[in-house]
Write a protein that binds this ligand. Structure first.
Ligand code: F6P
Length: 371
């Protein structure tokens, strides 16, 4: 019996998504003789049964293409915005899966997508996922596709920012994506030779950063590059958040019910980065300028490493589908791949251990982490 496969991309776009679609698609179609259909814009397209034919023609010429030919969204199956309401649409999604006579659904996405795929698996669907995100924060895989390309973009940006820093004797604060984990800021900070790297996993003291910058000035280098992850916070903000969380937990414990707490006023990342630059200007006497790399880090053609990774993971997914091995994420493991259960992956975030070898290496070359 010909197997019928559905595929969708969910969450933020990322370099390598089309290479992964191609890897899954070509292996399923040409190597295994399966039928494959794409669903548009993530789980929403599956719910609405908005499909895209995926034949050889559509899979040709997309290896080097940024973004995703299927489109994507951050919509969740169990919390889907519909006509101004937020509804649990899992049943509709299950119906769409069966209406398309699918044997398996392939979901390409980050941490949130792994959780949503598990929900659909628990609703009875056969699911296989691939780990995608420039943040590299998906658990139980060596790496995710998108990370290497973003690392190159952010590193080149830091290289270029050295010119202004050196010429104007300035502090350049460059904000790098990564709201939950600091892998991208850490990797690009090291590769770009940033003098300071601030990541969510190591809450910082702005005075420690300023002291390091002042010390550089005294040693004849009146300029510094500060690479800061979106999610990096000061030690004070970290403590404030822990206190707010404790209050929230306390309230839940007291009332029992899931009393909705007023959402913390999530400071927009850029505000925090601008404030940091202002504080450093005041504390060091040097001019400071801010560059926010934003979605540049997700744009354009994937690196060779990401094309290779996406193809490896995509074709491995087709192998697992052929073996009827469902309910797993295809993890990168060295030069190979390994299926890991969705139960083990979902809900986990791979953060940077504060004593990680990359952190230790950076410290050995004199990088300051604000601690
Ligand atoms: O999850 C990847 C990511 O690029 C994060 O690094 C970033 O904080 C977020 O997506 C931005 O989300 P959006 O594209 O929805 O603004």
């Amino acid at each position: 019996m010909t197997q019928h496969i559905g595929i969708l991309t969910s969450g933020g776009d990322s370099p390598g998504l089309n290479a992964a679609i191609r890897g899954v698609g070509k292996a399923c179609l040409s190597h295994y003789g399966m039928h494959i259909v794409g669903f548009r814009d993530g789980f929403r397209g599956l719910m609405e049964n908005r499909t895209m034919e995926l034949e050889k023609g559509q899979l040709s010429g997309i290896l080097t293409l940024g973004g995703t030919i299927l489109g994507t969204s951050r919509d969740k199956p169990h919390k889907m915005p519909v006509d101004g309401q937020v509804l649990d649409m899992i049943e509709t999604i299950v119906a769409s899966y069966h209406a398309n006579k699918l044997d398996c659904l392939v979901c390409l996405g980050g941490g949130g997508t792994q959780k949503n795929a598990l929900r659909l698996m628990q609703a009875g669907l056969n699911v296989v996922t691939l780990p995608k995100t420039i943040d590299n924060d998906v658990a139980l895989t060596d790496t995710t596709f998108g990370f290497d390309t973003a690392l190159g973009i952010a590193t080149e940006a830091i290289d270029r920012l050295h010119s202004t820093a050196h010429s104007h004797h300035r502090i350049i604060v460059v904000e790098i994506m990564g709201h939950r984990a600091g892998w991208l800021a850490l990797g690009a900070g090291i590769a770009g030779g940033a003098d300071v790297i601030l990541i969510p996993e190591i809450p910082y003291q702005v005075e420690s950063v300023a002291a390091a910058i002042r010390e550089r000035s005294r040693s004849g280098k009146p300029f510094s590059i500060v690479a800061v992850a979106e999610g990096a916070v000061s030690q004070q903000e970290h403590l404030d958040r822990l206190a707010a969380l404790a209050r929230k937990k306390g309230r839940k414990a007291k009332d029992g019910a899931r009393e909705p707490m007023p959402e913390e006023a999530e400071m927009v990342y850029a505000d925090r980065t601008l404030n940091l630059a202002k504080q450093l200007e005041l504390l060091t006497g040097l001019e400071a300028r801010v560059t926010i790399l934003g979605h540049l880090q997700r744009g354009g053609t994937p690196s060779a490493a990401d094309r290779l990774l996406s193809t490896r993971l995509g074709t491995a997914a087709a192998d697992l589908i052929h073996q009827r091995h469902y309910g797993v994420m295809v993890a990168a493991r060295g030069e190979a791949t390994e299926p890991v259960s969705l139960e083990a992956v979902a809900g986990q975030v791979k953060t940077v251990p504060p004593d990680h070898t990359w952190v230790e290496s950076a410290r050995r070359v004199g990088t300051n982490f604000g601690d």
